[in-house]
Design a binder for this molecule. Sequence first.
Ligand code: Z5A
Length: 220
Amino acid sequence: MSTRMPVSPGKLITLEGIEGAGKSTLAQFVSAWLGRHGITVRLTREPGGTALAERVRQIVLERGAEPVSPITETLLMFAARALHVQNLIRPTLARGEWVVCDRFTDATRAYQGSGRGVDAALIDALALAVHGDLQPDCTLLLDLPVRAGLARARTRPGATADRFEAESLGFFEKVRAGYLALARREPQRFRIIDAAAPLAEVEQRIAEALAQLPARELRA
Ligand code: Z5A
């Protein structure tokens, strides 16, 4: 008879925010912080995260190939997500490891829903079909004024404008407002972090949010 203890599933931590909010930088901080507290972490991103999903990413971010309608964009985001959830996220969580993901379905709600006007009910239906009851355990929303985010993104070393980065200020204002509305709707899951603050301060706020996660695995 086996005496092995059942593995408790890992947690899914997501980072969200407009362009230049610092998600990629802070996703690495989150992974390192969790690692120091005894958690095995897989750092990943959307769209992408697996070989095939990264190919879908190239299609959806490519600028100037042929017109991509809001609904096509939404379906491509969920096609990439379906690959990512099935082939990386669920197997990792099932092993008891944690997943730190730079963007997830809230990005579709904010960008395609609030930004492009795609029906929220359709996005919810696709989310249910693609990841069922899988929801992030904690979402860190890095919030800052749109102009500040765009200025950072555009001066970042090696910056090139993809299809989203070419969008107007008004588009990103709608996306930011969409994110804040999502956070108001689910205050238990979201932590709004002031991402305009100096990096060390943002890291401090994030460390505080992580330390509050209800997880036995977290070592002090
Ligand atoms: N998208 C979508 O529409 N729907 C979806 O469902 C999904 C995605 C999943 C690609 O995402 C695009 O896909 C994205 C939304 C869309 N387009 N947009 N916009 P992405 O996440 O790969 O691309 P991104 O949002 O453009 O990421 P980014 O520009 O790389 O931003 P970031 O990751 O948030 O920022 P960063 O690279 O960590 O930081 C930017 C610079 O600021 C960098 O030089 C940092 O050193 C600096 N930084 C960061 N934090 C600070 C602070 N606190 N102070 C000073 N400087 C800082």
